[in-house]
Design a protein. Structure first.
Length: 156
């Protein structure tokens, strides 16, 4: 029984895929056909975790998209980590439109995920984080990642 919920919506030559849950050894992507689309938009905000078996299945599944242009939106940290570490996780025709960056405040223990959008907080070659990120109490928050590693995929 898969712990991944996949919703697909096709309109003309564009396919929208929404994913939520866990990508692991139980996932069966064969039931989700990517071929025959010019544009595929993949929404990943709901993905909670991915393991090595899930990564292998993901790469095989993305390979079935053919020449389609693939965009990825609202990528959580677990997906960004894989994009940075695993060759082929982000297909050559793939582009990240937006992703979350974790922020933290040491004093309050507050955590927050901030959405970075292409053309606003980053481009193909640079990152411009927001000047200030505050928690609910107005405390300054710091990025909770090693920037050189987390933003590595942007510099490719």
């Amino acid at each position: 029984m898969s712990k991944l919920d996949v919703k697909m919506d096709k309109a003309a030559d564009k396919l929208t895929v929404q994913m939520a849950g866990t990508i692991d050894e139980d996932v069966d992507f064969s039931q989700f056909n990517l071929s025959g689309n010019q544009q595929i938009d993949v929404e990943l905000a709901g993905v909670k975790s991915i393991n090595s078996c899930g990564i292998r299945e993901w790469i095989k599944w993305m390979g079935t998209a053919g020449p389609a242009k693939i965009t990825f939106s609202n990528c959580p940290k677990v997906i960004v980590d894989q994009i940075n570490m695993v060759d082929g996780f982000l297909p050559s025709s793939g582009k990240v439109n937006s992703f979350f960056v974790p922020y933290y405040n040491d004093e309050s223990g507050a955590e927050k995920n901030v959405l970075f959008r292409y053309g606003t907080e980053y481009t193909d070659s640079s990152v411009t984080p927001p000047e200030a990120v505050k928690d609910e109490e107005g405390n300054d928050m710091e990025m909770d990642v090693i920037e050189a590693k987390y933003f590595k995929f942007i510099k490719k």
